[in-house]
Ligand binder design. Structure first.
Ligand code: S3P
Length: 170
């Protein structure tokens, strides 16, 4: 059975845009964990966070990750917090190759500037929050990654090409 391509990285690193394009080019199905969570809960991520709290969100996220980890040869875009839980990493690693879309704080700030949907970034000092979370998470992203691609100066197409190349080799 074909391996899954698992895209990880911080909010705004391009996991969804890259994943969609990549899945089209490789004729694989595409799944975004946040989309499945919203569908299943019948409400937005933002609503889940405000009405039920982050823990309830992470619980649902773990359940969805288990489901989508089955080895079907698909592209999986993971919410930025997915790999912080070792249970999620374990499930996804069984048949997944992990690509970390590494992105600089500056680029993340720019890309998430107009985002009012991400609950973790609804704070007065957005840049400070991004720096803080990145600092806490960077090591984990690096450690679980099979491949790291620095996306800061690349277009979506360039990132897609890099992943295709590495996936074939790996
Ligand atoms: C989160 C990232 C979001 C979403 C939720 C929590 C995080 O996904 O899952 O808001 O903890 O980094 P994106 O990375 O797709 O924005």
């Amino acid at each position: 059975m074909m391996r899954n391509i698992v895209l990880i990285g911080f909010m705004g690193s391009g996991k969804t845009s890259v994943g969609q394009k990549l899945s089209q080019e490789l004729a694989l199905s595409f799944v975004d964990t946040d989309d499945v969570i919203e569908e299943r809960a019948g409400k937005s991520i933002k609503q889940i966070f405000t009405e039920e709290g982050e823990e309830a969100f992470r619980f649902l996220e773990r359940k969805i990750v288990r489901e989508v980890s089955a080895p079907e040869g698909k592209v999986i875009a993971c919410g930025g917090g997915v790999v912080l839980d070792p249970r999620n990493v374990k499930a996804l690693k069984r048949k997944g190759v992990f690509f970390y879309l590494k992105t600089s704080t500056e680029v993340i700030c720019k890309r998430t500037k107009a985002s009012f949907e991400r609950p973790l970034l609804q704070v007065a000092n957005k840049k400070g929050q991004i720096e803080k979370l990145l600092c806490l998470r960077e090591k984990t992203y690096q450690e679980v990654a099979d491949f790291t691609i620095d996306t800061s100066n690349l277009s979506i197409n360039q990132v897609v090409e890099e992943i295709k190349k590495k996936f074939k080799q790996g």
